[in-house]
Design a protein around this ligand. Structure first.
Ligand SMILES: O=C(O)CCC(=O)C(=O)O
Ligand SMILES: [Fe+2]
Length: 281
């Protein structure tokens, strides 16, 4: 197929060359990408200008698309959301998170397209939840088995920043009402690879249900810190028209907020996923 895969670290990340994302892709290439996504967890593509319609069409190869309850979207393509530092307070993406884990069925993946990149700064990091889980001692792995945690939209979208005018407030209140806190397993089995992955994230996870408050806080603090270890991460220096496609089932990411007052604009499509589960191995 003339496709090149260039891994970026043992744990996570690969550059894919030789595929044009703006054109329709064959079933063979779709399957190749799905497999590469499971293996490398985040795929990077250079020089892939995508209109919102092309972005939508590429993402639809992998499932139905999610419409974000809070972020603004492209009016004629509501599945494409806009992350524009001049329109929104995006500070909360500078925190390790898994997209939309506050949903009962969090996204399978997100596909992010760089529209405007500051001359320096604005890199994004991804971390592998499978590598993080594998590096835990058997005793801690055993402890986590069977634990569940709450994920809450309100943790990353507080009213004082996302409900600043009447229009925002009504959208915000509807989002909270539609998305009450949900419970997910602390360790999630990847539905394709079958590998276990840590599935608690600083952005949305509020507590571990089976523990007391202090126990939950201490264990979550440890798990967040552990999963951020550089060994499990890859860092991407963006150029305009780069695309990143990550497996949101087993990864965390962090958008570095170090470029103000420079302007940065990204567009994202978010592919719906299934309900997380844990299978004893
Ligand atoms: O702006 C970025 O690099 C990533 C932002 C983010 O968290 C996302 O698109 O899900
Ligand atoms: Fe995100």
């Amino acid at each position: 197929m003339g496709i090149q895969v260039i891994p970026l670290s043992p744990a996570i990340g690969a550059i894919i060359e030789g595929i044009h994302l703006s054109q329709s892709i064959s079933h063979e290439i779709k399957q190749f990408l799905e497999q590469a996504l499971v293996e490398h967890q985040v795929l990077f593509f250079r020089n892939q200008p995508l209109t919102p319609a092309e972005h939508y069409r590429f993402a639809r190869n992998f499932g139905d698309l999610h419409i974000h309850p809070i972020y603004p979207n492209v009016p004629e393509q509501p599945e494409i959301l806009i992350l524009d530092t001049e329109r929104n307070d995006l500070r909360d993406n500078a925190l390790w998170h898994t997209d939309v884990s506050f949903s009962a069925t969090p996204p399978l993946g997100s596909i992010l397209s760089a529209k405007k990149i500051p001359p320096i700064g604005g890199d994004t990091l991804w971390a592998s939840g499978t590598a993080a889980y594998a590096a835990l001692s058997p005793a801690i792995q055993q402890l986590l088995t069977g634990l569940t945690a709450q994920h809450d939209i309100a943790k990353s979208f507080p009213a004082d920043r996302f409900a600043t005018n009447p229009e925002e407030r009504s959208r915000f209140e509807a989002a909270l009402k539609k998305n009450p806190p949900v419970t997910h397993p602390v360790v999630r089995t990847h539905p394709i690879s079958g590998l276990p992955a840590l599935f608690v994230n600083e952005g949305f996870t509020t507590r571990i249900n089976e523990l007391s408050d202090p126990e939950s806080q201490a264990l979550l603090a440890f798990l967040f810190q552990h999963s951020q270890r550089p060994d499990f991460t890859v860092r991407w220096r963006w150029q305009k028209d780069d695309v990143a496609f990550w497996d949101n089932r087993v990864t965390f990411h962090y958008a570095i907020d170090d470029y103000r007052p420079q302007h940065r604009v990204m567009q994202r499509a978010t592919v719906n996923g299934d309900k997380p589960y844990f299978l004893e191995r």
